[in-house]
Design a protein around this ligand. Structure first.
Ligand code: BTN
Length: 242
């Protein structure tokens, strides 16, 4: 992973650049990195604040040997690798919020955006987009972002080495990705459950089909969140806003 790194000063979005390389045949593990994104994107059409030199804004090209419908599992795999990498460097209380956010003390520090490309239901490639707010200071955030977001620097009070973070992430990711291909999703699911704050507490999920209120009990073999509602029914969430 990361044996080929395409480094840019400024791009609209590393996702767009990675799609271009992937469709031209770039090898699995090719990493697109940028110092700055002018149109960084998040889930649900949101934008992603990506100021120059302050974060890790990157997209990893993957060619997993799994059917298209399994790709949501990779979001969880990336989250485990990221969470482990951050904790390996420094003992900050980072945890995973389903499906794809990393939080520190309730504030978002990292987000994952998985995009796949398929032809005739066959998976061609996956772009795992990762944004980590590393060295942003409070003044780098505007308005409501400051209430919802934080950075590794704000949390730990010191600058982080971004190269070390990327290297550590790639090592963690490679280990888990190999395990995933050898043993399937189960060991990833177990690792994810050990790092999440999303289980065992009341939640309100907004989905396209309406709100679901209950307590999340576990995730299933596809990475869906299983929520027990007060009337006892178990609802599966594939995508939601928690
Ligand atoms: C989210 O939490 O909504 C996902 C955020 C993903 C942001 C990263 S930054 C690198 C890559 N390029 C993008 O435009 N988005 C992802």
């Amino acid at each position: 992973m990361g044996r080929t790194i395409k480094l840019f000063d400024s791009v609209e979005s590393t996702q767009t650049v990675a799609h271009k390389f992937a469709s031209q045949g770039a090898a699995e593990g090719t990493l697109v990195l940028a110092e700055q994104q002018t149109a960084g994107r998040g889930r649900m059409g949101r934008s992603w604040h990506s100021p120059k030199g302050k974060g890790v804004w990157m997209s990893l090209i993957l060619r997993p040997l799994v059917p298209l419908q399994f790709t949501p599992q990779l979001t969880l795999l990336v989250a485990v690798a990221l969470c482990r990498a951050i904790r390996q460097i420094e003992q900050v209380p980072v945890a995973i919020k389903w499906p794809n956010d990393l939080l520190i003390e309730g504030k978002k520090v990292s987000g994952i955006l998985l995009e796949s490309s398929a032809e005739d239901e066959r998976l061609k490639y996956v772009i795992a987009g990762i944004g980590i707010s590393v060295n942003l200071r409070a003044e780098d955030y505007t308005g409501e972002l400051l209430e919802k977001a934080t950075s590794l620097r704000i949390t730990s009070g010191a600058e982080w080495n971004r190269s070390e973070l990327i290297r550590t992430f790639l090592e963690q990711f490679e280990q888990l990705y190999t395990l995933y291909h050898e043993e399937g999703f189960e060991p990833i699911r177990v690792a994810w459950e050990a790092l999440t704050i999303s289980l065992g507490r009341p939640l309100l999920a907004r989905t396209t089909k309406g709100n679901v209120e209950g307590v999340a009990e576990s995730i299933d073999e596809m990475g869906a969140l299983l929520v027990r509602q007060s009337d006892g029914t178990l609802t599966k969430l594939y995508s939601a806003e928690i």
